[in-house]
Design a protein around this ligand. Sequence first.
Ligand code: GTP
Ligand code: ZN
Length: 202
Amino acid sequence: MPVRTRVTVPLEFPDGYRTTAEVVTFNGLSDGKEHLALALGDAAGAELPLVRLHSECMTGDVFGSQRCDCGPQLREAVERIAEVGGYLLYLRQEGRGIGLYAKLDAYALQEQGMDTYEANRALGHADDEREYTAAAQMLEALGAEAVELLTNNPDKSRQLRELGVDVRAVRPTGVHASPANVRYLQAKVTHTQHTIDLAPAS
Ligand SMILES: Nc1nc2c(ncn2[C@@H]2O[C@H](COP(=O)(O)OP(=O)(O)OP(=O)(O)O)[C@@H](O)[C@H]2O)c(=O)[nH]1
Ligand SMILES: [Zn+2]
């Protein structure tokens, strides 16, 4: 019942990297959204699958926005997971859960000097409205109850553990800093204790 469809999709990224994903859809996820799982490499055979919870970011994932690090993180995650076997959960949590239009409203406030969290609050939102029950349901449906998590965000591992997922290890992503996104990354370190090393190379 929980897995709805599995379909094989060949992937090619703009830099020429290619792999194959099994794209998995689900029935009955808690929030009713169309979240996807991409099974990469030998996902079913992996002793401890590598898992990334990737929150949707249309501007970064689709259009290559330089304001955030989502596009490079997505590209990195697909390759790292394909190497060892695991799952990328593509979660429909645009704008850390506030939606696309509200995220763009928040960008407009950031142009006036607010940081990413101050802008959320000025719009009446919490810093981060994401909740990972559906992600835990997807992992259960995939038979991946013990995982290694690819993230810099301590809230993701904390929430998953509270939801009963056995997060055995947490691996950081690479640091994808640029002049356009460094304030956004710095705010993550300051406000939400992300493990991102922004120290300039010496
Ligand atoms: N509200 C808001 N959301 C943003 C902003 N910039 C990026 N986002 C959203 O933030 C989310 C980024 O998600 P993730 O890639 O999971 O990043 P993360 O929570 O820092 O965790 P890790 O990358 O796993 O360390 C996406 O949903 C983006 O749309 C912003 O300025 N305001
Ligand atoms: Zn983004």
